[in-house]
Design a protein around this ligand. Sequence first.
Ligand SMILES: Nc1ncnc2c1ncn2[C@@H]1O[C@H](COP(=O)(O)OP(=O)(O)O)[C@@H](O)[C@H]1O
Ligand SMILES: [Mg+2]
Length: 332
Amino acid sequence: MSQPSGPGDPVLHLRRVRKSFRSSGSGGSARRVVAAEDVDLVLRRGEAVALVGESGSGKSTLARIVLRLERPDAGELLVDGVDMLRREPRGASLEYRRRVQMVFQDPFGSLNPVHDVAHHLVRPLLRHRRATRADAPKQALELLRTVGLEPAEEFIHRRPYELSGGQRQRVAIARALAVEPDVLVADEPTSMLDVSIRLDILGLFDRLKRERQLALLLITHDLASARYLADRVLVLFQGRIVEDGATHDVIERPAHPYTRALLAAIADQEASPHPLVAPKLSPAVLSEGCPFRSRCADAMEICAHSDPAPRAHEGRRLRCHLYPAAAPAGVA
Ligand SMILES: Nc1ncnc2c1ncn2[C@@H]1O[C@H](COP(=O)(O)OP(=O)(O)O)[C@@H](O)[C@H]1O
Ligand SMILES: [Mg+2]
């Protein structure tokens, strides 16, 4: 399934993906919660995409769909143009799991406390046949150097509790790299780390993206991380990608009213010492109209009865009635 391709080439494409969950409401009534609605997401070689949005907006659901831990209700998951949901309908192959790797939020929870660093790196190397038993230890040392844990000989026999949070996250990253993935999904990879070392870890992701031409999907509620690392930002609201554009454009000139509100909330947070408390969201229950309308300063008549479909506008994709639905020919 692997084909040689160059920088900027699409590696993985979620196309028109939908996912809803049954949630038991108060009084025992079941209702559907929309976690992904008509989502298009393209990951390209050597490009980092940040998925931002408040808690419950569907970020982890999309990550789980990309990792094939969750099956969408509808849509396609294209790799090299082939819909993997059809090619491997009963679950991801070992080869798919090799190509799409994950770094978790909690580096302690993701490493087994009884095993040393060597075990965590040698295991995937052997399982995915990236090394022989004889040269796996040497490759494990090389992986540690790649993620900046030096001298590698000193770290290789440590156990997770003998490492700092940042060092543990570096081991988790090394483990993901061991199998030479094309796609790396990182769900809030720095949110449990000390503020002082977050930038180091983001810098490591950035270097790996460039050196290994990784397609990176960074999930974060933190726009500063997105600004630092991402080439593109996708803003998620109640399962919908409401804005998708180049990081600089989206952050300097947000077009969707929700993106503007999100940036304003962050500016407030930076101005005050108190951590941002995300507004309590009403769950994304199926209903008519734009789900953001009740919080939108620009809501119009049409927003009450029509959920805006994605549309192209000045190099972005937007889901908002403020922008014309039928883009003129030639707009990307
Ligand atoms: N397995 C599940 N069962 C029921 N509801 C779920 C499940 N997973 C996610 N959801 C719901 O889907 C929505 C999106 O969740 P999630 O993808 O975890 O958001 P985020 O990662 O942005 O916080 C939420 O309303 C959440 O409660
Ligand atoms: Mg999440």
